[in-house]
Design a protein around this ligand. Sequence first.
Ligand SMILES: [Fe+2]
Length: 396
Amino acid sequence: MLEYTLRTYQSPTRLVQRLGAIQELGSEASRLGMRRPLLVTDAGVKAAGLLEVALESLRRSDVEPVVFDKVRANPGVSLVDEGAAEYRSQGCDGLVAIGGGSSIDTAKGIGVVAAHKGSIVEYEWGHSPIESRIPPMIAVPTTAGTGSEVTLWAVITDPKRKIKFNVGGTPHIASWVAVIDPELTVKLPPPVTAGTGMDALAHAVECFTMSYHQPFTDAVALLAMEYVAKYLRVAFSQANNLEARYHMSAAAMLAGLAYGTDSAGAAHAMSQTAGGVHDAPHGALTARLLGPVMEYNHSGEPERFARMAAAFGLDVRGVSTWRAAEMAVEYVHELTRDVDIPSMQELGFGEDEIPMLADKAFADPQTIGNPRDVDAAAYRRIYKQAFDLGNKNGAR
Ligand SMILES: [Fe+2]
């Protein structure tokens, strides 16, 4: 389809990447003029010994951070506001986020409040505009999934409304530097490797098939899909396989570049709204929904789905477009099974919640641009399939 809608692309994030890139953290912080950044992280990163490695690198460059290690999964409004208060009272001059999407999104949120005023809840997309750039920020991902180190978004949970909301959509919220060190991901337990890796795949798939795609995002999304197809099972099976970890970190970053200047799609409309209802891991939940969403969507963009089959490494020579599109869907169902993605019930949901969950997903702005027209009834149908497939897989 030829494109008449104006598309733009802008990423202000400097990429610093290699095995062992964490050793560059101090010099990168120093380059940005940081002396006393707020280091945003969580207890898991600390327990894995990664905080200590980061502190050593920072101190070698005479950067002494204030550690804020209260981040938890699905970070909420009060956590971000508390971090911003800490940033101000400690006289910080930058942000360093070490962790998964939760730590990086929390730091972005703290940056937004620090650069403006009030509470992060005021900066929900479509409300108060983000007029100033966040303070200098370095993101150090310790998972390979969200791509938050390069996206223009932070996802924050509002427990009062039981929803997750998006903040951003502007380069002002982006991290100034992303230090991508695949060695930091070798201690991830297999279920986290699986869920976060499938989340990266979902970003690539959703961006490639949504109406807002453009040549640049197509290119990075397809390479992200190739890497996930080739390396996710290996990283899941061999935690210390650095080749697999390297390419999964690259896949997460590339998929982040693909979807990160716009939004994701129906699987994310579903997983983000559901994640506001029950405190389930974003990656696993998105993974559980991706296959059913693709099965529903593939008839809307058959050629794009067929192209994804080739990116997954499937032999589509002599195969019709329709059949290749179906093969792409079947492949993602298989991958979901192979990496043991939990069922909807294991993630804390009950089938009686389907109508409520479907209504919430339909109200989410990420539904706009979906490759196939979708309404609340369609979301109910997709949810039902996600429950059914998970139950079947549960026997494994
Ligand atoms: Fe995601």
